[in-house]
Ligand binder design. Structure first.
Ligand code: DP6
Length: 400
């Protein structure tokens, strides 16, 4: 069958983000509206990103989606919510504007292929990058230029924060329709060049309880979560914004750790309790506090999402020493040469006094590997057709 050229094909990339003031709990499940505002750091796409291609064509008979080469069920409610929302925005734009998009594009089916450049199984936040990339790519292919917070949010709440680079807040909003629940950049990626991020991959296992179900249980049963949302987070959002604006690392680091700890406390306050931290996570927490105590200053911060992997914030001048401390505490197995990935880190040996101050028995293999990265930009459009994940037939290109 001679197939027609697709009407439009676009490929984009989007970043992972890590919250320093956590989102946990929805006030509206359908619209994905949170019970508190949150704030995150966008990680650099050189190390972690999702790439997505979307194509629309008169030839396509149904919407289809592939994730890391495998076809997914396009009927999943979250995917459907994103698709419906983008088509609604495209229709709205069509009615108010006479553009150059082919008139039939809205009635066409779409094919979407998406890939992560990092192992999904490592338990890293892939859904945020994935849904931000989906929203951004669909917007490009349908010529939508309005705010995409809602499209990304309907896929996964935290995804709306991956629509921007640098430091990003998700304002919870007040309206019942969620129109004011939007992501906004607090500072661009160039704002704090010395800030570094280390991801300590602890476990590659799938988590016991996903965020969506976990936070539902917390909203239902945890009085601490309600207290947190109403009485703690508003002041913390203001304080975190100040720390970022003034590049106050000590303040930023302390608040990041406290907010991670409070989030995990609300998990433990959930009934039955939820625990995302493993004994290795706890060893990392001790390591960070002892490292800081030894320096008499807060040089390093940890934060944990709904899983045991640690994300570490530090400044460029402390990175090598801290990596040496991690290597000492969690000696790599046979993967010594691939233990540290991403940004180059100067090799450093652990000073004897620091080793004594850590006072920790080594746990070999406790940390599987480290990804060193930094703050990065928001979604990007790739111009080179070579980067398309879908071939001219609208099907995923065979893996190279
Ligand atoms: C602990 O955005 O994954 O990472 O909206 O149900 O898809 P859904 O949840 P999700 O939750 C993220 C929770 C968190 C904290 C955060 O990223 O703010």
């Amino acid at each position: 069958m001679a197939s027609e050229k697709p009407l439009a094909v676009v490929t984009c990339t989007a970043p992972v983000n890590i919250a320093v003031i956590k989102y946990w709990g929805k006030r509206d499940e359908e619209l994905v509206l949170p019970i508190n505002s949150s704030l995150s750091v966008t990680l650099h796409q050189d190390q972690l990103k999702t790439t997505t291609t979307a194509a629309i064509s008169k030839d396509f008979t149904e919407d289809r989606v592939w994730l890391n080469g495998r076809e997914e069920d396009v009927g999943q409610p979250r995917l459907q919510a994103c698709l419906q929302e983008i088509r609604r925005l495209a229709r709205k734009r069509r009615n108010t504007w006479d553009g150059d998009l082919p008139p039939s594009s809205l009635n066409c089916k779409v094919h979407v292929a998406s890939e992560n450049n990092f192992p999904t199984a490592a338990g890293l936040a892939s859904s945020a990058a994935g849904y931000a990339c989906l929203a951004y790519t669909l917007a490009c292919v349908y010529g939508v230029e309005s705010d995409l917070s809602e499209v990304a949010r309907r896929g996964s709440g935290s995804a709306c924060r991956s629509l921007y680079g640098g430091f990003v807040e998700w304002q919870m909003g007040e309206q019942a329709d969620g129109k004011d629940s939007i992501a906004r950049q607090v500072a661009p990626e160039s704002h704090w060049p010395e800030l570094r991020v280390l991801i300590l991959v602890v476990s590659a296992e799938k988590k016991l309880m996903g965020s969506t179900v976990g936070m539902q249980a917390s909203v239902k049963t945890s009085p601490l979560l309600r207290f947190r949302a109403e009485s703690v987070v508003p002041a913390r959002m203001a304080e975190m914004t100040r720390c970022i604006q003034e590049r106050d690392f000590r303040g930023f680091a302390q608040l990041t750790m406290q907010d991670s700890n409070q989030f995990h406390a609300t998990c433990f306050d959930t009934f039955p309790p939820i625990s995302y931290l493993s004994h290795i996570s706890w060893r990392i927490i001790h390591l960070v506090h002892r490292f800081n105590a030894h320096h008499g200053d807060t040089k390093v911060a940890y934060t944990f999402d709904a899983g045991p992997n640690a994300v570490i914030f530090t400044l460029e001048d402390t990175m090598a020493d801290f990596v040496a401390a991690v290597r000492h505490t969690f000696p790599p197995g046979s993967n010594g040469d691939t233990f540290l990935r991403g940004l180059q880190v100067r090799p450093a040996s652990l000073p004897a006094e620091l080793k004594a101050a850590l006072a920790m028995e080594p746990t070999p293999g406790g940390v599987k590997y480290i990804i060193a990265t930094q703050v990065g930009p928001g979604p990007q459009i790739l111009d080179d057709p070579y980067t398309h994940l879908l071939g001219p037939d609208g099907l995923p290109k065979p893996a190279a």
